[in-house]
Write a protein that binds this ligand. Structure first.
Ligand SMILES: [Mg+2]
Length: 216
């Protein structure tokens, strides 16, 4: 089963949230793998996404993201690859390389925002269509502007099942609180604001429905 972690933009905290969820599920005894199909980063970065995710799942960073998909230039991956003279790659190639285990849960962290290019021919919506996740976890900022970013992302991700997580949510910030309420009441999307609630809610959503017991 796959959970795809997407973002309304770059820097909203996809890696932080993905790693936290992976740790929490492992602590609950679930078998969890994590994948990053491709990553681009500044050569000055200490600790890439693949390394941070690998430390959460206990896997090798080169299992999390294949070594030839580590692109040391801080631009969208297909653009970064072009700048460095690396061969172009398609979304289908990235999906083929995911090698998600057949059993257990696999958390896949996407790249940038929902419509940011991930390959020469696709973005996160194409990745979602190809891997058909049980759930998309959409990470967003909590503050001003997030309703617009979340709604645009939800439109792009339809018809996938999406749960919104407002990262860096401050319960004492009126804008954060009103944004969460608006998304729940007007958009009708499950909107979570704490990692504890996220782990519990997503675990419940992913649990197979109990068998229906016929009435005697
Ligand atoms: Mg990241």
């Amino acid at each position: 089963m796959i959970v795809l972690v997407a973002g309304t933009g770059t820097g909203v905290g996809k890696t932080f949230v993905a790693a936290a969820v992976v740790r929490a599920w492992r602590a609950r005894g679930f078998a969890v793998s994590v994948r990053k199909p491709v990553q681009s980063f500044s050569p000055a970065d200490t600790g890439t996404d693949a390394e941070l995710l690998a430390s959460a799942s206990g896997e090798d960073p080169h299992t999390v993201c294949p070594p030839h998909r580590w692109i040391p230039a801080a631009m969208a991956p297909p653009i970064a690859a072009g700048k460095l003279g690396l061969p172009p790659f398609t979304t289908e190639e990235l999906v083929r390389e995911l090698a998600a285990p057949a059993h257990g849960l696999t958390v896949v962290e996407s790249v940038g925002g929902v419509r940011s290019p991930i390959s020469i021919d696709g973005d996160t919506t194409d990745l979602a269509d190809a891997i058909d996740p049980a759930l998309v976890l959409l990470v967003a900022d909590a503050g001003l502007g997030t309703i617009n970013a979340v709604r645009l992302s939800l439109d792009a991700l339809a018809p996938h099942r999406v749960v919104v997580f407002l990262n860096r949510f401050d319960p004492n910030d009126e804008v954060h609180v009103e944004n969460a309420e608006w998304l729940r009441s007007h958009q009708g999307v499950v909107t979570l604001t704490s990692l504890d609630a996220l782990v519990v809610t997503v675990s419940d959503l992913l649990r197979p429905p109990a068998p229906v017991v016929p009435e005697a």
